[in-house]
Design a protein around this ligand. Sequence first.
Ligand SMILES: CCCCCCCC/C=C\CCCCCCCC(=O)OC[C@H](COP(=O)(O)O[C@@H]1[C@H](O)[C@H](OP(=O)(O)O)[C@@H](O)[C@H](O)[C@H]1O)OC(=O)CCCCCCC/C=C\CCCCCCCC
Ligand SMILES: Nc1ccn([C@@H]2O[C@H](COP(=O)(O)O)[C@@H](O)[C@H]2O)c(=O)n1
Ligand SMILES: [Mg+2]
Ligand SMILES: [Mg+2]
Length: 215
Amino acid sequence: MLNKYARAFFTRVLTPFAAFLIRLGVSPDAVTLIGTAGSVAGALVFFPRGEFFWGTITITLFIFSDLVDGNMARQLGRSTKWGAFLDSTLDRVADAAIFGGLAMWYAGKGDNNLLCAVAIFCLASGLVVSYTKARAESQGLPCDVSGLVERAERLVASLVAAGVAGLHDFGVPYVEWLLPVALWLVAVGSFITVLQRMLTVRREAFEADRVSAGS
Ligand SMILES: CCCCCCCC/C=C\CCCCCCCC(=O)OC[C@H](COP(=O)(O)O[C@@H]1[C@H](O)[C@H](OP(=O)(O)O)[C@@H](O)[C@H](O)[C@H]1O)OC(=O)CCCCCCC/C=C\CCCCCCCC
Ligand SMILES: Nc1ccn([C@@H]2O[C@H](COP(=O)(O)O)[C@@H](O)[C@H]2O)c(=O)n1
Ligand SMILES: [Mg+2]
Ligand SMILES: [Mg+2]
């Protein structure tokens, strides 16, 4: 849903910045790589220590590179297959670091095995959500459904919750419960999304097999 409705807005907002980077001679691939490195560093340095506010600020600063790199490629008229592969592959790396960092917190000082498991489930199910589409597309099937919780929803829910929960360190009361709630919602939503995509691809695969058997 966010991908559908928020993307146009962010494209408008980020286009001048993307144009500025192009004028500086920065390439889309460099933006993809630096954005991922910054997101991974923010997640793995701050989240395992329970520093959710600063972790979220750092990740947010870098993760918008995922909207800037494609924007630059389109402005340059150079949207490449390699760029698409690099972008999608490194998305998975950043996502793994974010939920991995949260799992490390709960496995350590956060001391909550159940929430550690939920964070790991978010990590794994998010990867499976993306894999369903990638594998279907590699077989020529469109996987023509977005599903309840795409990457943008997973990130916005988790990062907004982590950022606000992090305000607990600055004395704001009753905000720390937001992160567990968001993780549970992302876990359930991702599970539903996997089912939605699998059922869609199953229908598309049967239809494609039926057509090729008839021809
Ligand atoms: C009091 C202050 C507390 C601190 C608060 C901190 C606030 C900051 C919090 C959050 C900001 C989160 C920003 C997250 C931005 C995410 C942007 C992003 O990366 O979107 C990526 C997404 C998809 O891009 P791609 O096409 O490149 O990726 C594809 C996708 O990954 C597919 O995955 P799948 O969906 O299948 O799982 C793959 O299949 C495919 O391979 C891959 O190519 O881009 C979008 O969806 C575009 C829309 C982005 C919308 C971002 C909205 C951010 C909005 C608001 C944040 C508002 C924060 C307000 C905080 C207020 C707190 C009080
Ligand atoms: N280094 C890159 C990154 C992206 N692309 C192209 O942009 C598309 C993704 O657009 P986003 O707005 O989601 O970033 C991707 O499919 C590529 O076509 C690129 O060429 N090089
Ligand atoms: Mg991108
Ligand atoms: Mg991306």
